[in-house]
Ligand binder design. Structure first.
Ligand SMILES: NC(=O)c1ccc[n+]([C@@H]2O[C@H](COP(=O)([O-])OP(=O)(O)OC[C@H]3O[C@@H](n4cnc5c(N)ncnc54)[C@H](O)[C@@H]3O)[C@@H](O)[C@H]2O)c1
Length: 327
């Protein structure tokens, strides 16, 4: 059986839905402390064995793994706010690094050897070249990125001295919602550009703040690589298949390899929603690189993965969710 941590979160819940849709008759073990996740984001049915558990509860995780004969783990659970990670660095290290140490020790004790881990383009820090491939130096500039890099290093060390095998997936900017409209992004506070732009268009917030319009980019606003959450989900299935097939450990970028600026996102939200996005330009935020776009050729080569959603469709699913959100 597959165990999914952070399963009630944004990306975790989309992965669980996708996994169950692609594997008829399968069930999962879902672990989340619900600090940020939503129980409603997971199906209530008997295909999900849900545990409200902390990653730090090592003995509890061992018990769950043994009871359900867990054979692989997909590990989404983490705190993922860059700003918060600078204000509460020890909490981030405890939660993301300490929590993962506990999970890995539990896997080792329960004889679970396969792991897919959610890492991030934030682990690269300021780009020294673009697009960013997996060989790009990793010099994170905040505690969040550092916590993810530390876990990557822990995995590399453990693969040398324990049976652990892993695929690290470094996501660029996750975006969009499931086409069903039943699950989507729901963070409190919300810090991501796309949901905030849509909330501004729909009158749910007064206006969008755009941090800086004097960057060295074609229109002066920051450029990011927006990857649909269901494309992320499908890459995780392929990573699990790779671990089943081969005794490998590797790290792979997940992005579209196409950049969109903040102004382009605003234009797309206006086109799709039919409403203006009220916005104001304010000072740059410290630590925001101007341009973060993936080279995704390794994902194509190693996982046979090609993203299916373009920016318009991604924004359409996000607008649909924001108009009718259930949580
Ligand atoms: N959203 C993005 O754009 C993005 C980009 C790169 C990487 N990631 C990574 O992807 C993963 C999922 O991100 P998300 O956007 O779905 O975040 P999310 O906050 O929606 O989901 C994370 C889930 O983990 C749970 N959780 C956190 N700490 C826990 C702990 N100690 N024990 C048990 N459960 C815990 C939370 O309750 C939440 O449900 C994270 O690891 C994040 O760092 C996200």
């Amino acid at each position: 059986m597959l165990l999914v941590t952070g399963a009630a979160g944004y990306i975790g819940s989309h992965f669980v839905r996708h996994y169950l849709a692609e594997n008829a008759g399968a069930a999962v073990v879902a672990v989340d402390n619900l600090s940020l996740g939503h129980r409603q984001a997971l199906p209530a049915e008997d295909k999900v064995n849900f545990y409200q558990t902390e990653l730090a509860d090592r003995e509890g995780l061992i018990e769950i793994m043994v009871k359900h004969k867990v054979s692989a783990v997909v590990h989404f659970a983490a705190r993922a706010y860059v700003g918060e990670s600078q204000q509460r660095p020890f909490f981030y290290l405890d939660n993301n690094v300490g929590g993962t140490t506990s999970l890995l020790a539990a896997m080792n004790a329960a004889g679970v050897e396969k792991l897919v881990f959610s890492s991030t383009c934030s682990s690269y820090g300021n780009p020294v070249y673009s697009p960013i491939d997996e060989k790009h130096p990793q010099n994170p500039i905040n505690t969040y990125g550092t916590s993810k890099l530390m876990v990557e290093q822990m995995l590399a060390a453990l693969a040398l001295c324990t049976p652990l095998r892993y695929v690290v997936l470094r996501y660029f900017n996750a975006a969009g919602a499931d086409d069903s409209g039943q699950i989507g992004e729901s963070h409190d506070p919300e810090t991501h550009l796309l949901p905030l732009a849509i909330q501004a268009a729909l009158g749910k917030i007064p206006q969008l703040k755009v941090f800086g319009d004097d960057y060295d980019t074609p229109d002066g606003t920051c450029v990011r690589d927006y990857i649909h959450v269901n494309d992320l989900a499908s890459a995780h299935l392929r990573a699990l298949a790779l671990l089943d097939k081969e005794k490998v450990s590797t790290a792979v970028n997940l992005g579209t390899a196409k950049g969109a600026s903040v102004k382009e996102i605003i234009n797309m939200v206006e086109l799709v929603s039919g409403a203006k996005v009220p916005h104001e330009f304010v000072e740059r935020r410290p630590g925001d690189p101007s341009y973060l776009v993936s080279d995704n050729s390794k994902a194509k080569e190693v996982l046979g993965w090609i993203p299916q959603y373009d920016l318009k469709r991604t924004v359409e699913t996000a607008v649909n969710w924001e108009r009718n959100r259930l949580y």
